[in-house]
Design a binder for this molecule. Structure first.
Ligand code: TEU
Ligand code: CA
Length: 544
């Protein structure tokens, strides 16, 4: 591929911060902006060059900030706009851009627009949202909420329903209303003018919804709206920013529509095809099946090859909605560190922009709970109530929540072995994983062979070798559990070999072993008939 134009976000490595759980600075048990500022040197040491900051705007926290009541002010618990501006300045000093979370499929029901809209059918803001009359004295149609139950909430005062694809307190905005779009664009320019590095766009595939036809994702006007947004906001000449859309249903074809530079829409998308592979097809995220590594290899190879030249891949295992990868698909018991390193090597040698979720870089694990009272996340709480009513046992439901619940990713960052893992001097808003005494940043920094130093090395390899950013991808034909591929660029060939299992598996490659670039255990100086130990991983440059 001839490299026409290099964008900074094509060589970047981004780090996602869930502010509530990253670092508390004032002892109230809740992470905040000053806490993030105090940890920027750590992030600079890791080597990341961008932070995706989950929402910090004013919010009643029904969905922990993804229910926004004022897009242009900071949540009291997180600090002030002055703190936000200080974060932008301090991050910039360290070569780190701040990517804000844009949540415009819906607002909070405590947003001024919705408070107005609820005043009556003739209110100027009424059709900022999606209202429908009852049908046969019932909900307008069978649209469901991602957080259990119907997507329609009844408003007594007006006798109408309003749409909420998430919680009742997250009414969907009506994107067909041009005034709504203009309000959103004005807000985006407010943030762009503050010097942010771009936006992560929450469920952006939903803004083209046609509720009356029960169309939610990939609606007919979706790309029209994105082109209008591009022209009116981040696509303006004066900005050099990145955008990443959260698009759950994207296929490579659809992803090209979003991220082909010629289309003037987004830089890239988060697609979740790999993330659904341990779920029973056609059922919910809670209904699990064992992951087949052979299926994972096919999905990654498809995205590496089909998107490569007309779009751009995002690369991730984790985020604030997903369970921690070392517990989900690695081995968080006897092979925790080794499997965490293997997962990092496998992902970070691929083509695309990698995203590291807070704590992933030190191999943090899921945090099981034994009672619903320990759960914070509305999605899990609603599921618990829904399935209890359907006759599931508490044990069955907690097993599902312990495997896939979003709190697994949201327990406080584990900084050191002091109380509350150094996250807060107060009472943490959510329990800290008891394993923080063994798994924490301080312990990782002190160990040159830690998970942290593997991530640091991977980021350095990407920075120093154009092959990692631009090289072509070639999947090798190996036994199922061995995921091996090559990256090729201007005559150079790197071979990435990983054993994605608890068992030993054979590997052999007809090539000349050259320089070892990274490994999670010492690798024989040969590629012929080598037995790969459980979770073994290495990257070697092949000699001609
Ligand atoms: O998530 C979109 C979304 O669909 C997820 O909620 C997903 O359905 C679920 O989490 C799978 O476990 C985005 C945000 O990332 C999420 O945190 C918000 O709750 C949601 O949108 C609403 O804003
Ligand atoms: Ca705080």
């Amino acid at each position: 591929m001839t490299i026409t134009e290099t964008k900074w976000w094509q060589t970047a490595v981004l780090y996602q911060i869930y502010p509530r759980g990253f670092q508390d600075s004032n002892g109230d048990g809740i992470g905040d902006l000053q806490g993030i500022i105090s940890r920027l040197d750590y992030l600079q040491t890791l080597g990341i060059t961008g932070i995706w900051l989950s929402p910090v705007y004013k919010s009643p926290n029904d969905d922990n900030g993804y229910d926004i009541s004022d897009y242009q002010d900071i949540m009291d618990e997180f600090g002030t706009m002055a703190d936000m501006e200080e974060l932008l300045v301090e991050a910039e000093k360290r070569g780190i851009k701040i990517i804000m979370d844009l949540v415009v499929n819906h607002t909070s029901d405590e947003h001024a627009w919705f408070i107005e809209a609820k005043k009556g059918k003739d209110n100027d803001y009424r059709d900022y949202y999606i209202w429908r009359d009852p049908v046969d004295s019932d909900v307008p149609n069978s649209l469901g909420s991602a957080f259990s139950g119907t997507a329609w909430a009844f408003d007594e005062a007006s006798g109408q329903y309003y749409l909420h694809l998430f919680s009742k307190k997250q009414p969907d905005l009506n994107w067909e209303n041009e005034k709504v779009r203009q309000e959103v664009y004005d807000m985006m320019n407010f943030w762009l003018d503050k010097g942010i590095g771009g936006f992560r766009m929450d469920v952006i595939d939903l803004i083209g919804k046609i509720p009356d036809e029960e169309i939610t994702g990939n609606g007919p006007k979706l790309h029209e709206y994105l082109k209008e947004m591009h022209t009116t906001t981040f696509g303006q000449e004066k900005y050099d920013v990145m955008t990443v859309g959260e698009t759950w249903g994207a296929t490579p074809e659809i992803a090209k529509l979003y991220s082909n530079p010629a289309r003037n829409e987004l830089s890239m998308v988060f697609q979740f095809e790999h993330s659904g592979l341990d779920e029973v097809p056609g059922k919910s995220k809670w209904d699990l099946q064992p992951l087949k590594v052979s299926a994972l290899k096919k999905v990654f190879a498809k995205w590496q090859n089909e998107l490569g030249h007309e779009g751009w891949n995002s690369l991730f295992w984790n985020n604030h909605d997903l369970p921690r990868i070392v517990s989900r698909w690695g081995n968080d018991k006897e092979y925790r560190e080794k499997s965490a390193k293997m997962l990092a090597i496998l992902l970070h040698m691929l083509k695309g922009t990698p995203y590291i979720y807070q704590g992933e870089e030190i191999g943090m694990t899921n945090t099981p709970v034994s009672d619903v009272s320990e759960i914070d996340d509305i999605e899990s709480i609603n599921l618990y109530e829904e399935r209890l009513a359907l006759g599931y046992t508490k044990e069955e439901i907690l097993t599902s929540i312990n495997a896939k619940g979003r709190d697994n990713a949201r327990t406080p960052m584990q900084w050191d072995a002091s109380d509350n893992a150094g996250f807060t001097t107060g009472t943490p808003w959510l329990h800290v994983n008891p394993n923080y005494k063994e798994i924490n940043v301080a312990e990782n920094l002190a160990d040159e062979h830690s998970v942290f130093h593997t991530y640091q090395k991977l980021i350095q390899l990407r920075k120093e070798n154009p092959l990692v950013v631009w090289g072509d991808f070639e999947l090798l034909d190996t036994v199922d559990e061995v995921f091996a591929y090559k990256r090729l660029y201007e005559g150079k060939e790197w071979l990435v070999v990983t054993n994605f299992s608890n068992e030993e598996h054979p590997f052999s490659y007809d090539g000349n072993y050259g320089t070892i670039l990274i490994e999670n255990e010492s690798t024989p100086q040969s590629l012929t008939d080598i037995p790969l130990s459980p979770w073994q991983a290495f990257v070697v440059e092949l000699k001609k």
